[in-house]
Design a protein around this ligand. Structure first.
Ligand code: GUN
Length: 294
């Protein structure tokens, strides 16, 4: 193995310490602590784990956590009713509705109903528009976490060739915008892209966010490139269930300059960026000067 393994957990812990240290000053000025509301509809086991860990982290850092677990049969009207209640609740600075929602619910309508000032997931069209326009706003947690890891590894990203594989509103699209804002030359690849391996071979930065286990092979990677693996797929291997990314880690780590592992790479940064966004939203809502953690 030649690549540096990017330790997302260590980066997230350092960011968490700064976030936690900022809470007493916020409490002093605002007379309360920042609050994060996380909404889960249904009983998807992986989503339950994510939601629980988000709540636990908020409390660990000194914030308030409000967790709502609604039955699978929840109607669109009831979910929108809860969002309206959370929008109106002054103790709530951030609202995250865990995706995917059950099929009978309209995810985009639910996201659109969230007050953009509380959109800590960065998914509201106003948040997406702010990002494209270079205006202040809340940036989706996973892409923000990926960017922080890239900058800590590479410093200035200006002029680098980056490829983002996957075009979801959760990761691919905001990731491409963040890299563009850092003056990268960005290629967005997706399921219809022709000759993906040759396009990946051009890239100094590879962000893989497709949700297909080990799809990106080691011999696609340009020697020395930095590889950020957003994927988390469960596969059964040697009679054991393992979590793997979108990148064939054993092959890519022979070639890359640096690579994130799965687990322990992007995942911890996603949660910590959610905490970051909640504290930023709390300061903005209270008209308080923004702390700088990044
Ligand atoms: N499901 C998987 N990742 C995420 C995320 O970052 N935000 C939301 N809302 N749902 C998710």
């Amino acid at each position: 193995m030649n690549a540096t393994i990017i330790d997302g957990k260590a980066h997230a812990n350092r960011l968490g310490e700064k976030i936690s240290a900022s809470i007493p000053a916020f409490r002093e000025q605002a007379g309360r602590i920042p609050g994060l509301a996380v909404v889960l509809v249904g009983t998807d086991p992986a989503s339950e784990v994510y939601v629980r860990s988000k709540g636990r982290m908020a409390r660990k850092l000194g914030m308030e956590s409000f967790e709502y677990v609604l039955p699978e049969s929840t109607s669109q009207a009831d979910l929108l009713g809860l969002i309206a209640t959370l929008n109106a609740d002054d103790a709530v600075d951030g609202i995250l509705v865990q995706l995917p929602l059950p099929h009978h619910l309209d995810s985009l309508a639910v996201i659109n109903a969230i007050d953009p000032s509380k959109d800590v997931d960065g998914l509201h069209p106003i948040s997406a528009g702010n990002l494209v326009s270079g205006l202040p706003g809340l940036t989706s947690c996973t892409p923000l976490g990926c960017l922080l890891l890239l900058k800590s590894e590479l410093g200035d990203l200006s002029g680098l060739d980056a490829i983002v594989i996957g075009r979801s509103i959760l990761v691919g699209k905001p990731m491409a915008q963040l890299l563009l804002a850092e003056n990268c030359t960005v290629t967005m690849a997706h399921s219809r892209t022709r000759d993906l391996p040759s396009k990946v071979r051009q890239a100094d930065i590879v962000v893989a966010a497709v949700g297909q286990a080990e799809m990106v092979k080691g011999d696609w990677i340009k020697p020395g490139a930095t590889v950020i693996d957003v994927g988390t797929s469960r596969v059964v291997r040697d009679d054991r269930t393992r979590l793997v990314g979108d990148v064939d880690f054993s092959g890519a780590s022979q070639v890359a300059g640096a690579i994130t592992p799965v687990p322990g790479g992007v995942g911890p940064m996603t949660i910590m960026c959610l905490m970051h966004n909640t504290v930023i939203a709390a300061h903005r809502r209270g008209d308080l000067p923004l702390p700088s953690f990044l």
